[in-house]
Design a protein around this ligand. Structure first.
Ligand code: HEC
Ligand code: HEC
Ligand code: HEC
Length: 129
């Protein structure tokens, strides 16, 4: 009796550990994976809108620009809060300051598992490594 318990309990512990391994491994590694840090803009100090707004709402802003320009013939000229002029354009605006799609846009998008289809038509900048 006693002999069996001594053998069975450690056996059970190992067995449960192995069976549940994928669960607790994900919990541990999930906590240990930090959010990615997108590359800093190399040529500018501020974005077209405050950084916090850009983090949460750049998709809506892009849609607004597109609708404005393509549908209602709106202006392509924009100015930041501090007076820096920029072009309201995906290629000639965003990608001018954020020169690398891979090191900027993709670091977040891969993490968030989103794949914007914009690059089917819009030309992404040549990646300079
Ligand atoms: C005039 C240059 C410029 C343009 C044009 C520009 N950005 Fe930015 N953007 C910046 C800078 C500089 C920062 C970093 C600001 C900071 O660190 O506070 C930034 C920050 C961001 C962030 C937040 C990044 C982070 O670290 O969390 C996002 C997202 C972003 N931009 C997306 C865009 C998109 C999309 C466009 C086009 C609609 C765009 N930007 C156009 C210069 C620009
Ligand atoms: C700070 C992280 C971050 C950066 C940097 C970033 N994005 Fe995003 N982007 C996101 C997240 C998160 C989503 C998904 C948001 C959602 O589903 O609500 C997203 C969604 C989008 C979408 C909508 C896609 C869809 O299928 O709904 C577009 C378009 C987009 N991003 C363009 C860009 C472009 C262009 C750049 C580079 C200039 C960029 N983003 C940089 C985090 C980022
Ligand atoms: C089917 C092809 C196609 C796809 C996909 C597409 N676009 Fe466009 N987009 C165009 C064309 C064509 C124009 C008009 C170009 C011009 O007038 O300079 C345009 C213009 C724009 C403009 C204004 C002008 C400029 O130079 O940027 C923005 C902003 C824009 N698109 C954003 C987006 C975003 C963001 C996505 C992805 C969510 C996207 N587009 C997907 C074809 C496309």
């Amino acid at each position: 009796m006693l002999y069996d318990k001594v053998k069975i309990i450690p056996g059970l512990v190992v067995f449960i550990g192995l069976v549940t391994f994928p669960i607790w491994f994900n919990v541990i590694s999930g906590k240990a994976t930090p959010a990615p840090v997108p590359e800093k803009s190399l040529i500018a100090k501020e974005c077209v809108e405050p950084t916090q707004f850009m983090r949460t709402s750049h998709m809506q802003l892009l849609n607004t620009w597109r609708d404005d320009i393509v549908r209602t013939g709106g202006t392509r000229k924009g100015t930041t809060a501090n007076g820096t002029e920029y072009v309201r354009s995906l290629q000639k605006g965003c990608m001018k300051c954020h020169a690398s799609k891979v090191k900027f846009c993709d670091t977040c998008h891969n993490y968030a598992a989103v794949k914007p289809y914009c690059w089917d038509c819009h030309i992404q900048p040549k990646e300079i490594i």
